[in-house]
Design a protein around this ligand. Sequence first.
Ligand code: CO
Length: 639
Amino acid sequence: MMHPLDPPTLDELQRAVKVVGTSGRIGERPHVCLAALEEPPKEMVLAWRPEEPAPPRRLKVVTVDRASSLTYESVVNLDDDTIETCQSLTGIHAPVLLDEFNDCQNLPRDPAVAAALARRGVTNPDTVYVEPWPAAWFEGLPYDQSHRRLARAVFYVFEEKGDQPWSRPVHGLVAVVDRSTGEVVELIDDAPVPVPPVSTRIDPDSLGPLRTDVKPLEIIQREGPSFTLEGNELRWQRWSMRISMHPMEGLVFHQISYDDPVAGRVRPILYRAAMAEMVVPYGDPQGQHFWRHVFDQGEVGMGRAANPLKLGCDCLGEIVYLDAPIIGMDGQPGILEHAVCIHEEDNNVLWRHRDTLRNVTESRRDRRLVVSFWATLGNYDYGFFWYFHQDGNIELEVKLSGIVLTGATEPGAPASPYGTKVTDDMEAPHHQHFFNIRLDLDIDGPVNRIEEVDASPEPPGPDNPWGNAFRPRVTVLEKESEAKRRADPTASRCWRIVNPEVLNAMGRPVAYQLITGPAPVLFAQPDSAVGRRAEFAYNHVHVTAYDPTETRASGEYPTQHPGGAGLPAFQAADRNLVDTDVVVWVTCGVTHVARPEDYPVMPVERTGFMLRAHGFFDANPALDVPPLSVVNGEDSCCH
Ligand code: CO
């Protein structure tokens, strides 16, 4: 039995690709980029019951005609394998294709590129690895005004498999390339610097003696994990949700609900949660780096770049994996095995108190459900870890690892103001990583409002005779023009998603609280290329009125887009946000001034946010978590 939100099966992907591919409507040299479910309307999904027939299954298939560089969007009805709509889109570009990447590997044989490489002592084209980056978009550069599919390609020396190309950058050489024809539109060749001579490897044999005092740590759940995964429906500890992999958004959650025994009903919290964009702007003005600000989601795709996960490497314990039918970077439908890892973790203490009159401690262990995946985008690896807690809280932790981007310097030269020396002959430019997550919150139903809450001192006066008084102050975000907000840790600022129609036992409207982590905002100037294209990164919280077609913070096709799409366009409507269906967009991220310790591979860095029940329950909802002595059937000191 299919659920209306089930992601496409392999058979559905294959059928949709066949229908579109044989239609003769998508150009001379079509290449499949992606296909994803066209989700049925929310009200239809909420009204649907399992005994009823599922709504029509529709997939959107995005293709690129490599002859014309045009992008086509087709909607296929899988009930009768017909094309409902098919249109070529002008002024936008689809995400990157593996064929384009492969074609770019021929660049070292281009005479001008070969000559530039030779000036740097690189004469064997077989030892050059080419990395074609999405080209961004610059108003002042003439080729960016054209409708070509462009890449800005950079070069590395790479002699054998296992070598990390990022350890041997060819500096001062960038080829602007037409992805469709392979033509070098412009070759930027400045500041030739010697190519660093040493290839770095990060396998155990290459890293030298390993420490010998790490004893095995095994996680055993004799009776198996406490969750169930049936199809795409995951249930654990009163939580239920649907999980799937989207080619662009990566891991998508639908219908996250909590079965509340006190209220006696299943209570909706989130209708849909997924990343809506990410961007990595570099802060170094030199020619090698200034243009780098890839939108890894919209220009590449988090599901397309997702990894097959391995026990003991990516997740530890009793693991259940979700396999994901997906169209890979090569345009072929297939199954990405072990795309999502699901497991439980002990997370130390959930709640505790020691009764010092009796010398007795009541303590409960915190168990959390972890739903995660990893994606690799060029030199970086990103892990997305969603945590569900027994006290009703939901958390996202983004983990950043991989290899920092490098440029070569003269050996012994001092670092520039815009980078950190990570070896004697390499510098890692400063950059930022921003992640925007779209949260279609439905706290006890779709009618919600958003309050911004700042704690602040009471002014001196009759209300504050002792000078100690402070209190939270609430501002309702009434319209979209008011709903571009920054965190303020000095005011303990948070936001509440409130349902005014449902009251808790204290007579207050039920709510969840959004707590953002310490996160920077975009440093690039607002009229810079990245400033226009990634406006979402200037604020931590945006709120929009619900519209199912508004899913990406920088628009659906950021590739070579001049900017203004996504959140700025959505919020320009200045819709009402009070007591209606609202969507919250959270930006988190880090400013990465690289450290020597980040090289040759970076220890995990973290960012994220939390959704915390705030008057959603009438009391601590985790009072019914049993002590370990009950779970294990053994004596225990903790109650
Ligand atoms: Co970084």
